[in-house]
Design a protein. Structure first.
Ligand SMILES: *[C@@H]1O[C@H](CO)[C@@H](O)[C@H](O)[C@H]1NC(C)=O
Ligand SMILES: *[C@@H]1O[C@H](CO)[C@@H](O)[C@H](O)[C@H]1NC(C)=O
Ligand SMILES: *[C@@H]1O[C@H](CO)[C@@H](O)[C@H](O)[C@H]1NC(C)=O
Ligand SMILES: *[C@@H]1O[C@H](CO)[C@@H](O)[C@H](O)[C@H]1NC(C)=O
Ligand SMILES: *[C@@H]1O[C@H](CO)[C@@H](O)[C@H](O)[C@H]1NC(C)=O
Ligand SMILES: *[C@@H]1O[C@H](CO)[C@@H](O)[C@H](O)[C@H]1NC(C)=O
Ligand SMILES: *[C@@H]1O[C@H](CO)[C@@H](O)[C@H](O)[C@H]1NC(C)=O
Ligand SMILES: *[C@@H]1O[C@H](CO)[C@@H](O)[C@H](O)[C@H]1NC(C)=O
Length: 725
């Protein structure tokens, strides 16, 4: 889905396009030697507009905006409003013709008496990215009849768009998008979309994204014959796409995503010879591959994802030779894997029912950056070139298919791969050693295959590895402690569950996993470098790629469509680890999920320095190990449903465990030798609170426990030793 890419593109259009128009306009003015000062009435209108707006440091800080109006001060030497920030005048007449207050930290309601509407000479008005506090657009907008450019996007406006806007017959560019706030959204029913198209037929740019239109796309859309850009994303548009759309021969960018459009794509779409970007994602369109798409020879970005398209894809996709980004995800496509043009950069076709192999001609796509074919029915061996055919490849996601054989061992030093997800296939053999070359790798998913290998300690040198998923394979042997260099310092999720690992838990390794010690995770982002390598400016389809992960947590399989940035977890369940739980785990203060279920470990909660579960509405029996008895009654306050020692409140008989005397043995043991238990630490908003869930296999099921803090073992053991002596 290229939704956010559209947003970013929209912002680009908003910020850059206007200057073309404007520069064109001012070029027509003859420069005179002494431009007149601005008109008094316009100066006071500007100042009055400023006065009624809150614009200050707070907003600048919160929204990273620029308080443009701060410099508007009618002091001596500064009375010429034509020289104020964001204000531009006609050099001959001195009238204010352009006002650019976009992203200027404006906050406050706007109404009919706003002095803005006194600036009747305005030709160009940009108020985008401010906050007008759910106001409606006042009908006095009609006063600004000379406007050719109007941008009110992202300004928290709501209510019906007034019919007066339709009378601004000089408009060439209209942007009312992104006014979709909890207080309401802009609506276009009275007047209707039909009326707008009828009246504003000179528009070159129309962006009504997020405006509630709630109608069909009208046949008279053809009236917008000058249009180059039409964005109607998330407008509650319904029904079929009219064939008159094909008359918009100047169209460069068309976004109809996130609506309720049905049926087929009209054949006439093939007439849109200039079209460079077509986004039809997240609708209910259904048909076989529309042949007319093959006629769009200028198309660079095609997003058909999340529809009901079906049938086989054409093995040659017509004249789509310019195509750079293709997203066919989440449809009902079947049959073989189609050939994208050699210049393709992003190729996404996940969640279809494609069959067959990945052919070796894929090796020709030497500037491909992402290949996402997850959740299809593809099979066969992977072409050996997969690790080295493109220096640009950063996402390789083939999870959820039937690929078999070994994983290619051709990963090269130059590799940019940040995500490799091959999980849920039938791969065998070892982890390819050339992965050590992938220094940018952040996510490695090899879970649910038949890979047979020892623990890949050698991956510890990958400087960016955040996520390592090896679950449900045939990994075996002990996890060796690091000899000299600490590895895996960026690791935040490791899932080794359902394998054949043996030996003690690697207590020294835990000390190396520095990223799991971080409690304040607000700065941490999974896959930031991969998905937006240039910060916020990335505007390709991939910026909304949903990387997913399944892991065994809270006793069941959790599937995350996107890994929550706060998540840090160690999942070691269903192996044959033995020994005690090393206290070094307590250093991993950012840890939120720890699952050690079904091993042969001894439960020694010696690392618990401080225990406080108050006010958590917990119910059931407090575990009767001596360790818990040492905690104060007050630690359990505010949990009216709890019972058992150390509280005076006893439990109902059906809550009494059958194996009550399970605490023999080591003093700190809760259930010595018990194999069916798990500890799960759950993060809370505050970041400091972690939770502990002890699983019981008797009637009351699971009792939840919340720990305020995991302390260091050193202190706790020292204290206990003292007590013992
Ligand atoms: C319009 O808003 C201004 C402040 O922005 C307020 O003083 C005035 O009373 C409002 N007028 C109406 C008619 O609501
Ligand atoms: C914003 O709107 C609310 C509700 O209409 C109103 O109470 C408040 O005064 C407005 N704030 C500003 C700064 O206009
Ligand atoms: C607008 O569309 C209508 C219906 O399609 C058509 O009759 C009319 O000529 C068009 N007007 C313009 C100015 O294109
Ligand atoms: C599409 O291209 C084919 C030839 O490749 C041509 O026969 C057909 O008329 C074209 N259709 C449109 C709508 O342009
Ligand atoms: C997957 O493809 C195989 C043939 O390769 C076919 O037998 C099987 O039915 C397909 N599975 C699904 C769920 O379509
Ligand atoms: C990829 O690696 C294989 C095997 O090492 C080699 O034969 C091939 O030439 C390489 N391809 C590229 C494009 O480097
Ligand atoms: C790493 O890549 C280089 C080529 O860039 C290759 O020669 C080398 O064999 C690779 N390393 C491993 C361990 O495969
Ligand atoms: C437990 O935490 C609560 C809330 O933070 C606090 O009021 C209470 O005093 C604490 N109890 C103990 C025993 O520290």
């Amino acid at each position: 889905m290229g939704l956010s890419s559209i947003c970013l593109f929209t912002i680009f259009i908003r910020l850059v396009f206007p200057f073309f128009f404007f520069n064109f306009t001012i070029a027509n003015f003859t420069a005179s030697s002494m431009p007149p000062l601005c008109h008094d009435d316009e100066r006071s209108a500007l100042l009055q507009f400023k006065e009624n707006r809150i614009s200050g440091d707070f907003y600048a800080w919160k929204f990273d905006c620029h308080p443009t109006m701060a410099s508007w001060k009618p002091e001596e030497g500064n009375v010429d409003c034509c020289s104020w920030d964001g204000v531009h005048c006609n050099k001959n007449t001195g009238h204010v013709i352009k006002l650019d207050l976009s992203h200027s930290c404006l906050f406050g309601s706007i109404n009919s008496s706003s002095s803005l509407f006194k600036l009747v000479h305005l030709e160009w008005l940009n108020l985008a990215l401010n906050d007008f506090n759910s106001s409606e657009i006042p009908p006095e907008i009609i006063n600004l009849s000379r406007l050719s450019y109007l941008n009110l996007s992202g300004t928290s406006l709501s209510g019906q768009i007034p019919s007066e806007i339709l009378k601004l017959s000089n408009l060439v560019s209209l942007d009312l998008s992104l006014n979709d706030v909890p207080g309401g959204r802009l609506e276009l029913q009275k007047p209707s979309f039909v009326n707008l198209v009828e009246k504003l037929s000179n528009l070159k740019t129309l962006d009504l994204g997020d405006v509630s239109i709630r109608s069909m796309i009208p046949h008279n859309i053809a009236n917008l014959s000058s249009s180059m850009i039409i964005f109607l994303r998330n407008c509650e548009l319904q029904g079929r796409i009219p064939s008159s759309l094909g008359n918009l021969s100047k169209l460069l960018h068309l976004d109809l995503s996130l609506n309720e459009l049905q049926g087929e794509l009209p054949v006439s779409v093939g007439n849109l010879h200039s079209l460079a970007e077509l986004d039809l994602s997240a609708n209910f369109l259904s048909s076989e591959w529309p042949i007319s798409i093959g006629n769009l020879s200028s198309l660079k970005e095609l997003d058909l994802s999340q529809n009901r398209f079906f049938g086989e894809l054409p093995i040659s996709m017509g004249n789509l030779g310019s195509l750079k980004e293709l997203d066919l995800s989440q449809n009902g496509y079947v049959g073989p894997f189609p050939v994208p043009p050699p210049g393709t950069i992003h190729y996404l076709a996940s969640n279809n029912n494609l069959t067959g192999e990945i052919p070796s001609w894929i090796c020709n796509l030497n500037i491909l950056e992402s290949l996402v074919l997850s959740h299809n029915n593809l099979s066969g061996l992977l072409p050996q070139c997969l690790g080295n055919f493109s220096d640009e490849l950063s996402v390789l996601d083939l999870q959820g298919n039937n690929f078999f054989g070994t994983v290619p061992n051709t990963f090269i030093k130059e590799s940019r791969l940040g995500v490799i997800d091959l999980s849920h296939n039938l791969f065998q053999g070892r982890i390819p050693r050339s992965l050590i070359n992938c220094s940018k790798l952040e996510f490695l998913g090899l879970g649910d295959n038949q890979i047979s290998d020892t623990f890949p300690s050698w991956l510890g040198t990958l400087p960016n590895l955040n996520v390592l998923i090896l679950r449900s394979n045939i990994f075996y042997g002990i996890i060796k402690e690091p000899r000299t260099d600490c590895g895996f310092s960026k690791l935040r999720i490791i899932d080794l569950s359902n394998n054949r690992f043996t030996g003690t838990l690697p207590s020294k390794s835990f000390l190396c996993w520095n990223a799991m010690k971080i409690v304040n995770t607000s700065e941490l982002r999974y896959l930031q470098d991969v998905l937006s390598p240039y910060g916020q400016t990335s505007n390709d389809i991939l910026s909304t790629y949903d990387y997913s992960m399944t892991m065994n947590s809270k006793g069941r399989m959790m599937t995350y469509n996107k890994i929550p940035d706060i998540l840090a977890g160690i999942i070691l369940s269903n192996n044959s680890f033995d020994g005690a739980i090393p206290a070094s785990i307590a250093n991993l203060k950012g840890l939120q999920v720890l699952n050690l279920q079904s091993n042969n470990l001894l439960v020694e909660l010696t690392f618990l320095e401080f225990f406080n579960v108050s006010d958590n509405h917990l119910t059931g029996l407090i575990p009767q190990g001596k360790h818990f008895a040492t905690f104060d009654n007050a630690s359990f306050d505010g949990n009216s449903g709890l019972c058992g020692r150390p509280l005076s409140k006893g439990c109902e008989s059906n809550e009494t465990p059958a194996n009550e005397d399970h605490t023999e043995g080591s003093e700190e043991s809760l259930f010595s030798g018990a194999s069916d238990w798990k500890i799960i630490l759950i993060g809370y908003a505050g970041g400091l609170v972690a939770g502990l869930v002890l699983g019981f296999n008797f009637s009351t099921g699971i009792i939840g426990w919340i720990l305020e803090k995991l302390g260091t073992q050193q202190k706790a053991t020292r204290r206990r030793r003292r007590r013992r002596n």
